[in-house]
Write a protein that binds this ligand. Structure first.
Ligand code: 13P
Length: 247
């Protein structure tokens, strides 16, 4: 069985002070949770402070993005080595907001995953269709295209997939548990057909996950966890999601 995995993606929210306040109130709420893997991905400015508070706890630290070169003249970019030295063990790559606002293509995502894995970071790869693509019945085609491009020449070791339908992100419109399971099953089928070890790969759902809907999503066989935006910003609501994810 795959261990449930709940990750917070704070996006561009929280200062260093706010990060500390969150972690100090969140940790006691989840200190006894051993049956769910927990990850927080704050903005890069908060990583080091978060790392020192999370040391020797059951909560791991991740970043929301990384560059595909290891060092050099790339003003404003952050390398995998820098994330490791700030205390990260994970990085989220290919989020739809990065694809939409920062023109990240599957080819760029592929390069980022390769450099992150080479340096020992675990990766959460985000994929998902737009509303238009869903309405045109292109969901599976889009997922396959993203998987093919993003995972080119990459094994599944150290990779988690997050299925985030763009129309469900920040909209309050969650995919139904059946829609989520169907997409996850299709992703797993592709992984099984094209890579070794797909049974062990966790597939998270992302898009308007709340403490209220997490249980029914997790009851689906192919949903192994969640990548949470808005509802991860408050300690009690994120703790509620973590506890609701116990299978
Ligand atoms: P929301 O939970 O705010 O819909 O965001 C989902 C998401 O994009 C997580 O990466």
């Amino acid at each position: 069985m795959r261990k449930p995995f709940i990750s917070a993606n704070w996006k561009m929210n929280k200062t260093i002070e706010e990060t500390g306040e969150f972690i100090n109130s969140f940790l006691p709420m989840v200190k006894d949770v051993t049956d769910v893997d927990i990850l927080i991905a704050p903005p890069v400015t908060s990583l080091q402070a978060a790392a020192s508070l999370l040391k020797a706890t059951n909560v791991k630290l991740g970043a929301q993005n990384v560059f595909y070169e290891e060092k050099g003249a790339f003003t404003g970019e952050i390398s995998p080595g820098m994330l490791l030295s700030a205390g990260c063990s994970y990085v989220i790559i290919g989020h739809s907001e990065r694809r939409q606002y920062f023109m990240e293509t599957d080819e760029i995502v592929n390069k980022k995953i390769k450099t992150a894995r080479k340096n020992g970071l675990e990766v959460i790869l985000c994929i998902g269709e737009s509303l238009k693509e869903r309405e045109e019945n292109k969901t599976f085609e889009v997922l396959e295209r993203q998987l093919t491009g993003s995972l080119k020449d990459i094994s599944l070791e150290g990779i988690t997939i997050a299925y985030e339908p763009i129309w469900a992100i920040g909209t309050g419109k969650t995919a139904t548990k059946e829609q989520a399971n169907e997409a996850h099953a299709h992703i797993r089928e592709w992984l099984n057909k094209n890579r070794k070890g797909a049974d062990k790969t966790r597939i998270l759902y992302g898009g308007s996950v709340t403490p209220e809907n997490i249980k029914s999503l997790m009851a689906e066989p192919e949903v192994d966890g969640a990548l949470v935006g808005g509802a991860s910003l408050k300690p009690d609501s994120f703790a509620g999601i973590v506890k609701g994810a116990r299978k």
